[in-house]
Design a protein around this ligand. Structure first.
Ligand SMILES: Cc1cc2nc3c(=O)[nH]c(=O)nc-3n(C[C@H](O)[C@H](O)[C@H](O)COP(=O)(O)OP(=O)(O)OC[C@H]3O[C@@H](n4cnc5c(N)ncnc54)[C@H](O)[C@@H]3O)c2cc1C
Length: 448
């Protein structure tokens, strides 16, 4: 296979066993070795590589930072991993139109550090933001703590340059504020998990960064009541910027991992309001009053910036803390319409008891997006089987509530066997895949 790519510099072609092993996994539990790793510098190089892969029918897996939690960047059929991290230029900040154009390998955290100089930001804020790339975020429609107010990556993608499976380079979308012209092609590519095309240039909308924040931690005696408080806050028109939740199991893991101390509660809700003046503090108080109607028993407001930072440090360390708490974790990403949030908490309690599995739950309560994390030991087969049974039942319940299997991590390998319980349009999705990638070379084995 190497002979096809002699036009690339040697140091951007990786093929030793050690190098291939480094690209055999992402942040999920899946593993599979590629035959080759290529690190292109430009869209022209990407196009040339894709043309060859298509001609030779070599599977090709685009990859950013490899932080996918669903196995999205694991080369299940071998072939080429296309590492896009060298394509990391911020091409243009267009403040007048509130746009930024960049290459896919730009890291989220770096982009926002750059944008901060202009007083604007790109809000989605995934927990992996210090390392994950914008290309990976677009491919998974990533989001995070601020989605409750600011939406997901999809809401900010204005234009895309995409290398299609035959190597053709196309551009779609518009810089205009709105458009009714033709099919919404960026809408199809966003969230396509590397299966429809490779993004080589991305134009995002950016917005003014708030100057004022008011943040508080609120404790509840159970998830059901916390869910009801969240539901009412969302309905109140207060527009919280963040409504995050962590249950007792998660809090214990985070305490152990960070050394921080939390109030002794069953569920902790983190509420943040943001804006451009002092009114945010008043709005926070209103949100707290709603929580108190649902018997919130402990309230700790962040007085200083340091307080606020330690709250975010705690929340952002939930996943790494749980990863160390038990030998194996199976992290889920279910999302329900907000009115079902209290029922989802109840359901998790029931499933944990029924199947005898330990579940730690944290997530973006304001979006109805929870990460129930099943804590198991992968060497104990029977324990893993019980967790998998519970997860299967959870998915069916969530779909019954009108929810979705994945709020932000994508389907990848992790959930593909369940996708048909959510959609009755799989054959249309497959037709789209077939028409854009007739030889099935782009990230095969994912989603379906
Ligand atoms: C600790 C931790 C916390 C996380 N927290 C969150 C969170 O809060 N919210 C969230 O949404 N996710 C979260 N994630 C998941 C993950 O970080 C995101 O999905 C992220 O957007 C992936 O970016 P990446 O650069 O690592 O992409 P990768 O993992 O490399 O790739 C992800 C998918 O995108 C495709 N892809 C990558 N680049 C391109 C491209 N240029 N063109 C086409 N396809 C491409 C890949 O083929 C793959 O299918 C978390 C992960 C970890 C490990």
């Amino acid at each position: 296979m190497l002979q096809f790519f002699d036009f690339m510099d040697e140091d951007r072609v990786l093929s030793t066993p050690e190098e291939l092993l480094s690209y055999s996994s992402d942040a999920s539990r899946h593993r599979s070795l590629p035959n080759l790793v290529l690190m292109p510098y430009s869209k022209e190089e990407v196009s040339r590589i894709v043309k060859i892969a298509n001609r030779e029918r070599i599977p090709l897996v685009p990859r950013g930072a490899g932080t996918s939690l669903s196995g999205g960047s694991v080369p299940v059929d071998g072939g080429i991993v296309l590492d896009l991290t060298l394509m990391d230029s911020i091409i243009k900040v267009d403040l007048e139109n509130q746009l930024v154009t960049l290459e896919p390998g730009v890291v989220y955290g770096r982009l926002n550090r750059e944008l901060e100089k202009y007083g604007v930001f790109f809000p989605p804020d995934p927990g992996s933001g210090s390392v994950c790339t914008i290309g990976g975020m677009v491919a998974t429609n990533s989001s995070g703590l601020r989605a409750v107010k600011y939406g997901t990556t999809r809401d900010y993608v204005k234009k895309l340059e995409v290398v299609l499976a035959d190597g053709e380079i196309i551009r779609c979308g518009t810089k205009a504020v709105k458009s009714s012209s033709g099919y919404d092609l960026p809408g199809i590519f966003v969230g396509s998990e590397g299966t429809l095309g490779i993004f080589t240039e991305i134009t995002l909308r950016v917005i003014k960064k708030p100057t004022n924040y008011a943040t508080s931690m609120v404790g509840f005696s159970d998830g059901f009541k916390a869910g009801k408080a969240v539901r009412e806050i969302m309905y109140s028109g207060l527009q919280p910027a963040v409504l995050e939740i962590m249950d007792k199991n998660t809090l214990q893991a985070v305490e152990k991992y960070t050394g921080l101390n939390f109030p002794d509660v069953e569920v902790l809700l983190i509420v943040e309001l943001d804006g451009f003046d002092e009114k945010v503090t008043l709005y926070l108080r209103e949100a707290i009053e709603i929580c108190q109607k649902y018997n919130a028993n402990i309230v700790e407001e962040a007085i200083s910036n340091a307080d606020r930072e330690s709250i975010w440090k705690a929340r952002k360390s939930a996943l790494p803390a749980l990863a160390r708490y038990k030998p194996t974790l199976i992290l889920e990403d279910v999302t329900v319409p907000i009115s079902f949030l209290p029922s989802l908490f109840k359901e998790l309690e029931v499933l944990g008891k029924k199947h005898g599995v330990e579940i730690a739950t944290f997530g973006h309560a304001g979006d109805g997006n929870l990460h129930p994390t099943f804590l198991v030991d992968r060497n104990k087969r029977e324990e893993v089987e019980r967790a998998e049974k519970a997860i299967g039942e959870l998915f069916h319940k969530v779909i019954k509530m009108g929810g979705t299997l994945s709020g932000e991590h994508g389907i990848g390998l992790e959930k593909k066997r369940y996708i048909s319980i959510e959609h009755n349009s799989i054959s249309l999705m497959k037709q789209i895949k077939k028409s854009l990638d007739p030889n099935g070379i782009l990230n095969p084995g994912k989603i379906f």
